[in-house]
Design a protein around this ligand. Structure first.
Ligand SMILES: *[C@@H]1O[C@H](CO)[C@@H](O)[C@H](O)[C@H]1NC(C)=O
Ligand SMILES: *[C@@H]1O[C@H](CO)[C@@H](O)[C@H](O)[C@H]1NC(C)=O
Ligand SMILES: *[C@@H]1O[C@H](CO)[C@@H](O)[C@H](O)[C@H]1NC(C)=O
Length: 409
């Protein structure tokens, strides 16, 4: 509990800073992001994650622009998502929207819970916008307006005002797409790309570096503000050692997202997945592996598939013998310890499991390796490692944190 208080104090300090436009921030700023965990959903987390994985692959293969018919799968995991408060419009007062933080898209979209309130800074570009990107389908009109996020005030930010939407979770007013700019390709008529919020903030001198970074603490509670979004740099209090930056993978479709090449080994020498491309994604709850890798992991751990939850389950003895999973990226290996591989036991019943059982967060992505997107390091992984994206050089950074070896689950 002590560490949550510390995070909250940091968050409070960040949000207390008043918005003042056109000030270069020398130090990165952090904003709290709230995790919503919807325990009333009947769908299984594994099915939701698999649907999102399929969606990300389809959109990635289509080059970011899909404009297709609405898919018949729910591509937003309605059980777990992160939201952040975003202000839009001229000040006094701005309208605040509760936006879904999405690594699978890069547009700013208003639509869903709260209607767009036009002010003196709202400009209709005359272009239409339509997309199904990674998560949500919408059509509408492209505007530009002033957007405020914590102490950042970004003018003339392209915003899609959706008049027809599919897939928004309840209580969500829009999407803050934070993925690479390529994901905006052909989403707006008459223009090839839309400058994403953080790129714009950087160009307008609001950030000293075009860097956005993510820290998530393990959350054993249903809803808790346990994430920190940092922009303008990395926040040294949030990681241990150094952040290892490498170029985004060149393998498509992982290359369209926060994609990275990794190999995975179980224990000292059991290969799970040879070096291949995958992504990090906060819209995915679990760690999704290509079917062959998932089977290798299942065999290595002795786990069985549990019908009630759709997740792998192990006995107490098997847990006592569980080995670390090693994710190797070029020369650096990230150890995903046994406790990181299990679902928080305090949340077992929230997913339809037994309080006394042990479920694993490793799940089957639903297709064999070689797809160009063979793993998704979702929330369960991101709460153990700090990640950062540098939009200037398109590099993704990873670091260990004080939670990497946490035994809280
Ligand atoms: C929870 O998830 C279910 C579907 O799984 C959905 O129908 C419901 O609207 C969601 N509730 C919230 C508050 O998001
Ligand atoms: C939604 O917006 C688009 C683009 O401006 C427009 O063509 C369409 O008619 C609108 N639909 C509705 C139902 O308002
Ligand atoms: C986690 O524990 C391993 C030993 O299992 C150790 O090698 C590693 O340095 C620890 N990592 C952190 C970030 O504390």
């Amino acid at each position: 509990m002590a560490r949550f208080s510390t995070l909250l104090l940091l968050c409070a300090a960040a949000t207390a800073a008043s918005a003042s436009p056109f000030v270069v921030r020398d130090t990165p700023v952090t904003l709290p992001i709230a995790r919503r965990f919807n325990t009333t959903g009947s769908a299984k987390i594994v099915e939701l994650d698999r649907a999102r994985a399929q969606m990300l692959k389809n959109v990635g293969h289509a080059g970011g622009n899909t404009k297709r018919s609405v898919p018949d799968v729910m591509a937003v995991n309605e059980q777990t998502h992160y939201t952040v408060l975003v202000g839009i419009g001229s000040s006094t007062p701005q309208t605040e929207y509760n936006m879904l933080l999405d690594m699978g898209s890069a547009n700013v979209v208003v639509g869903g819970g709260k209607a767009y309130v036009q002010t003196s800074t709202s400009k209709d570009t005359g272009s239409t916008v339509a997309a199904t990107h990674g998560s949500i389908s919408f059509t509408g009109e492209q505007y530009t307006d002033t957007v405020t996020l914590g102490p950042l005030t970004v003018t003339n930010q392209g915003i899609a005002i959706a008049n027809s939407t599919t897939g928004f979770p309840k209580g969500v007013d829009g999407i803050l797409g934070i993925g690479p700019v390529g994901l905006t390709k052909n989403t707006v008529s008459g223009t090839q790309f839309v400058t994403p919020l953080f790129d714009n903030a950087y160009e307008q001198g609001q950030m000293t570096a075009d860097v956005v970074a993510f820290a998530f603490a393990p959350a054993s509670q249903v809803s808790t503000p346990n994430g920190l979004l940092t922009f303008g740099g990395t926040e040294s209090s949030q990681f241990t050692g150094s952040v290892q930056f490498e170029s985004i993978t060149t393998t498509s479709p992982a290359s369209k997202y926060f994609g990275l090449d990794m190999s995975i080994t179980y224990g000292s020498d059991t290969p799970i997945l040879g070096s291949t491309a995958g992504i990090i994604d906060i819209g995915t709850t679990l760690v999704m592996l290509a079917t062959d890798a998932f089977e290798a992991y299942k065999t290595a751990t002795g786990a069985v598939l549990d019908d009630a939850t759709g997740m792998l389950k192990i006995t107490n003895d098997q847990y006592a013998n569980l080995q670390s999973l090693f994710f190797t990226r070029l020369s650096v290996t990230y150890e995903f310890v046994p406790n990181a591989q299990i679902w928080p036991r305090s949340l077992n019943t929230a997913i339809g499991g037994d309080a006394d059982s042990i479920y694993l967060v490793i799940a089957d992505i639903g297709s064999q390796s070689g797809s160009g997107l063979d793993f998704i390091n979702g929330y369960a992984w991101l709460e153990r490692f700090y990640t950062a994206y540098n939009g200037m050089v398109e590099e993704l950074g990873v670091a260990t944190t004080k939670y990497t070896n946490s035994t809280d689950n």
